[in-house]
Design a protein around this ligand. Structure first.
Ligand code: DC
Length: 231
Protein backbone atom coordinates (compact mmCIF):
# COMPACT_ATOMS: atom_id res chain seq x y z
CA UNK A 1 0.00 0.00 0.00
CA UNK A 2 1.31 3.44 -0.91
CA UNK A 3 1.60 5.77 2.09
CA UNK A 4 0.34 9.29 1.43
CA UNK A 5 3.13 11.87 1.76
CA UNK A 6 2.78 14.36 4.62
CA UNK A 7 3.29 18.10 4.16
CA UNK A 8 4.22 20.28 7.10
CA UNK A 9 4.03 24.04 6.49
CA UNK A 10 6.06 26.38 8.72
CA UNK A 11 5.25 30.05 8.06
CA UNK A 12 6.09 33.19 9.96
CA UNK A 13 7.94 36.46 10.20
CA UNK A 14 11.55 37.06 9.09
CA UNK A 15 14.20 35.56 11.38
CA UNK A 16 11.72 34.04 13.80
CA UNK A 17 13.43 30.65 13.88
CA UNK A 18 11.19 29.00 11.26
CA UNK A 19 14.10 27.50 9.34
CA UNK A 20 15.67 26.08 12.49
CA UNK A 21 12.38 24.51 13.52
CA UNK A 22 11.57 23.22 10.02
CA UNK A 23 15.05 21.70 9.62
CA UNK A 24 14.93 20.01 13.02
CA UNK A 25 11.39 18.69 12.47
CA UNK A 26 12.48 17.23 9.12
CA UNK A 27 15.46 15.51 10.79
CA UNK A 28 13.31 14.06 13.59
CA UNK A 29 10.72 12.76 11.14
CA UNK A 30 13.03 11.72 8.28
CA UNK A 31 11.28 14.12 5.88
CA UNK A 32 12.84 16.45 3.27
CA UNK A 33 13.42 20.04 4.39
CA UNK A 34 12.81 22.82 1.84
CA UNK A 35 13.76 26.43 2.55
CA UNK A 36 11.47 28.40 0.22
CA UNK A 37 12.99 31.74 1.31
CA UNK A 38 16.34 30.59 -0.09
CA UNK A 39 14.69 30.33 -3.51
CA UNK A 40 13.44 33.94 -3.43
CA UNK A 41 16.88 34.99 -2.18
CA UNK A 42 18.60 33.18 -5.07
CA UNK A 43 16.36 34.97 -7.60
CA UNK A 44 17.21 38.28 -5.89
CA UNK A 45 20.94 37.53 -6.03
CA UNK A 46 20.69 36.85 -9.76
CA UNK A 47 18.77 40.13 -10.21
CA UNK A 48 21.48 42.04 -8.33
CA UNK A 49 24.26 40.38 -10.35
CA UNK A 50 22.50 41.35 -13.56
CA UNK A 51 22.08 44.95 -12.45
CA UNK A 52 18.32 45.16 -12.80
CA UNK A 53 18.13 47.67 -9.93
CA UNK A 54 18.78 51.37 -10.19
CA UNK A 55 18.87 52.06 -6.42
CA UNK A 56 15.45 50.72 -5.39
CA UNK A 57 13.91 51.00 -8.83
CA UNK A 58 13.56 47.72 -10.66
CA UNK A 59 13.85 47.45 -14.46
CA UNK A 60 10.93 45.02 -14.73
CA UNK A 61 11.17 44.15 -18.48
CA UNK A 62 14.87 43.34 -18.08
CA UNK A 63 14.16 41.38 -14.92
CA UNK A 64 11.44 39.29 -16.61
CA UNK A 65 13.91 38.41 -19.38
CA UNK A 66 16.59 37.21 -16.99
CA UNK A 67 14.04 35.38 -14.80
CA UNK A 68 13.85 32.75 -17.56
CA UNK A 69 17.58 32.00 -17.20
CA UNK A 70 17.31 31.10 -13.52
CA UNK A 71 17.65 27.50 -12.35
CA UNK A 72 17.51 26.69 -8.66
CA UNK A 73 18.16 23.39 -6.94
CA UNK A 74 19.24 22.12 -3.53
CA UNK A 75 21.96 19.63 -2.60
CA UNK A 76 22.73 18.21 0.83
CA UNK A 77 26.03 18.88 2.63
CA UNK A 78 27.76 16.25 4.75
CA UNK A 79 25.50 17.11 7.72
CA UNK A 80 22.42 16.68 5.54
CA UNK A 81 21.71 20.43 5.46
CA UNK A 82 20.44 21.82 2.16
CA UNK A 83 22.77 24.01 0.10
CA UNK A 84 21.19 26.38 -2.42
CA UNK A 85 22.45 26.28 -6.01
CA UNK A 86 21.76 29.01 -8.55
CA UNK A 87 22.52 27.93 -12.13
CA UNK A 88 24.67 25.13 -10.71
CA UNK A 89 26.72 27.40 -8.43
CA UNK A 90 26.71 27.18 -4.66
CA UNK A 91 25.25 30.50 -3.43
CA UNK A 92 24.32 29.44 0.10
CA UNK A 93 26.45 32.13 1.81
CA UNK A 94 25.91 34.91 -0.73
CA UNK A 95 22.11 34.75 -0.50
CA UNK A 96 22.25 35.47 3.27
CA UNK A 97 24.03 38.83 2.85
CA UNK A 98 22.26 42.06 3.75
CA UNK A 99 22.35 43.33 0.11
CA UNK A 100 20.12 40.39 -0.83
CA UNK A 101 17.92 40.74 2.28
CA UNK A 102 17.30 44.40 1.49
CA UNK A 103 15.95 43.65 -2.02
CA UNK A 104 14.26 40.30 -1.57
CA UNK A 105 10.84 41.69 -0.62
CA UNK A 106 10.72 43.65 -3.89
CA UNK A 107 11.55 40.56 -5.94
CA UNK A 108 9.26 38.22 -4.01
CA UNK A 109 6.27 40.52 -4.57
CA UNK A 110 6.47 40.02 -8.36
CA UNK A 111 3.66 37.70 -9.57
CA UNK A 112 5.81 35.98 -12.23
CA UNK A 113 8.44 35.13 -9.60
CA UNK A 114 5.88 33.69 -7.18
CA UNK A 115 4.23 31.67 -9.92
CA UNK A 116 7.56 30.05 -10.85
CA UNK A 117 8.68 29.45 -7.28
CA UNK A 118 5.36 27.94 -6.14
CA UNK A 119 5.41 25.57 -9.13
CA UNK A 120 8.98 24.53 -8.31
CA UNK A 121 8.15 24.10 -4.62
CA UNK A 122 5.26 21.79 -5.46
CA UNK A 123 7.42 19.81 -7.91
CA UNK A 124 10.19 19.40 -5.30
CA UNK A 125 7.66 17.97 -2.86
CA UNK A 126 5.94 15.59 -5.24
CA UNK A 127 5.49 12.15 -3.67
CA UNK A 128 7.73 13.04 -0.71
CA UNK A 129 7.00 13.96 2.87
CA UNK A 130 8.34 17.46 3.39
CA UNK A 131 8.70 20.24 5.91
CA UNK A 132 8.74 23.56 4.04
CA UNK A 133 9.22 26.95 5.62
CA UNK A 134 8.26 30.34 4.19
CA UNK A 135 5.49 32.93 4.20
CA UNK A 136 2.71 31.39 2.08
CA UNK A 137 3.26 27.66 2.49
CA UNK A 138 0.13 26.95 4.53
CA UNK A 139 -2.00 29.43 2.60
CA UNK A 140 -0.95 29.08 -1.07
CA UNK A 141 1.69 26.42 -1.72
CA UNK A 142 0.05 23.65 0.34
CA UNK A 143 -3.37 24.90 1.47
CA UNK A 144 -4.25 21.27 2.31
CA UNK A 145 -1.09 20.56 4.30
CA UNK A 146 -1.81 18.09 7.09
CA UNK A 147 0.09 20.18 9.65
CA UNK A 148 0.61 23.96 9.64
CA UNK A 149 2.61 26.11 12.03
CA UNK A 150 2.78 29.89 12.26
CA UNK A 151 5.87 31.08 14.12
CA UNK A 152 6.39 34.47 15.68
CA UNK A 153 8.74 36.25 18.13
CA UNK A 154 9.37 39.85 19.30
CA UNK A 155 11.18 42.05 16.77
CA UNK A 156 14.13 42.70 19.15
CA UNK A 157 14.60 39.01 19.82
CA UNK A 158 14.56 38.27 16.09
CA UNK A 159 16.98 41.11 15.28
CA UNK A 160 19.44 39.87 17.91
CA UNK A 161 19.28 36.32 16.50
CA UNK A 162 19.83 37.45 12.89
CA UNK A 163 22.60 39.84 13.96
CA UNK A 164 24.45 37.05 15.84
CA UNK A 165 24.08 34.75 12.84
CA UNK A 166 25.46 37.40 10.44
CA UNK A 167 28.24 38.47 12.81
CA UNK A 168 29.55 34.91 12.71
CA UNK A 169 29.93 35.15 8.94
CA UNK A 170 30.85 38.81 8.37
CA UNK A 171 32.38 41.70 10.29
CA UNK A 172 30.06 44.11 8.43
CA UNK A 173 26.97 43.24 10.52
CA UNK A 174 25.20 46.21 12.15
CA UNK A 175 22.38 45.62 14.68
CA UNK A 176 20.26 48.70 13.79
CA UNK A 177 20.50 47.92 10.09
CA UNK A 178 19.47 44.30 10.71
CA UNK A 179 16.51 45.37 12.88
CA UNK A 180 15.19 47.96 10.44
CA UNK A 181 15.55 45.50 7.56
CA UNK A 182 13.44 42.95 9.49
CA UNK A 183 10.75 45.53 10.34
CA UNK A 184 10.63 46.67 6.72
CA UNK A 185 10.40 43.11 5.39
CA UNK A 186 7.63 42.24 7.90
CA UNK A 187 5.62 45.17 6.61
CA UNK A 188 6.25 44.47 2.92
CA UNK A 189 5.60 40.73 3.34
CA UNK A 190 2.30 41.36 5.17
CA UNK A 191 0.97 44.07 2.88
CA UNK A 192 1.90 42.82 -0.60
CA UNK A 193 -1.01 42.12 -2.87
CA UNK A 194 -0.26 38.54 -3.77
CA UNK A 195 0.33 35.81 -1.22
CA UNK A 196 0.85 38.14 1.74
CA UNK A 197 2.28 36.71 4.92
CA UNK A 198 -0.65 35.66 7.07
CA UNK A 199 -1.55 32.91 9.46
CA UNK A 200 -3.59 30.17 7.83
CA UNK A 201 -6.85 29.69 9.73
CA UNK A 202 -5.89 26.22 10.91
CA UNK A 203 -2.20 26.96 11.65
CA UNK A 204 -0.85 26.28 15.13
CA UNK A 205 0.65 29.48 16.59
CA UNK A 206 4.02 29.30 18.37
CA UNK A 207 5.57 32.46 19.88
CA UNK A 208 9.18 31.50 20.59
CA UNK A 209 10.38 34.81 22.12
CA UNK A 210 11.06 32.99 25.39
CA UNK A 211 11.70 29.50 24.09
CA UNK A 212 15.01 27.90 23.23
CA UNK A 213 15.43 25.62 20.20
CA UNK A 214 14.81 22.44 22.14
CA UNK A 215 11.65 23.77 23.84
CA UNK A 216 10.28 24.96 20.51
CA UNK A 217 11.02 21.62 18.85
CA UNK A 218 9.42 19.68 21.72
CA UNK A 219 6.21 21.74 21.49
CA UNK A 220 6.03 21.34 17.72
CA UNK A 221 6.80 17.60 17.84
CA UNK A 222 3.97 17.07 20.37
CA UNK A 223 1.53 18.67 17.92
CA UNK A 224 2.92 16.66 15.00
CA UNK A 225 2.63 13.36 16.86
CA UNK A 226 -0.94 14.14 17.96
CA UNK A 227 -2.03 15.06 14.43
CA UNK A 228 -0.26 12.08 12.79
CA UNK A 229 -1.84 9.71 15.33
CA UNK A 230 -5.31 11.17 14.72
CA UNK A 231 -4.88 10.93 10.92
O1 DC B 1 12.76 33.17 5.07
P1 DC B 1 13.70 34.24 4.52
O2 DC B 1 13.89 35.42 5.43
O3 DC B 1 15.01 33.66 4.08
O4 DC B 1 12.94 34.77 3.21
C1 DC B 1 13.48 35.78 2.42
C2 DC B 1 12.37 36.61 1.79
O5 DC B 1 11.67 35.83 0.82
C3 DC B 1 11.31 37.16 2.74
O6 DC B 1 11.57 38.51 3.06
C4 DC B 1 10.01 37.05 1.99
C5 DC B 1 10.29 36.12 0.85
N1 DC B 1 9.55 34.85 0.93
C6 DC B 1 8.30 34.81 0.37
O7 DC B 1 7.81 35.82 -0.10
N2 DC B 1 7.61 33.65 0.35
C7 DC B 1 8.12 32.53 0.88
N3 DC B 1 7.43 31.39 0.83
C8 DC B 1 9.41 32.56 1.48
C9 DC B 1 10.10 33.75 1.50
Amino acid sequence: MKIKPVQIAVDGFSSCGKSTLARELAKELGYIYIDSGAMYRAVTLYALKNRVFDNDKLDKPLFLTILKEIKIHFELDKNNNPITFLNNQNVENEIRQIEVSSKVSIISAIPEVRERMVKLQREMSKDKSVVMDGRDIGTIVFPDAMIKFFITADLDVRAKRRFDELAEKTSKANFDEVKSNLAERDLLDQTRLISPLKRAENAILIDNSNLDRKEQLDIAMKHVKNILNEG
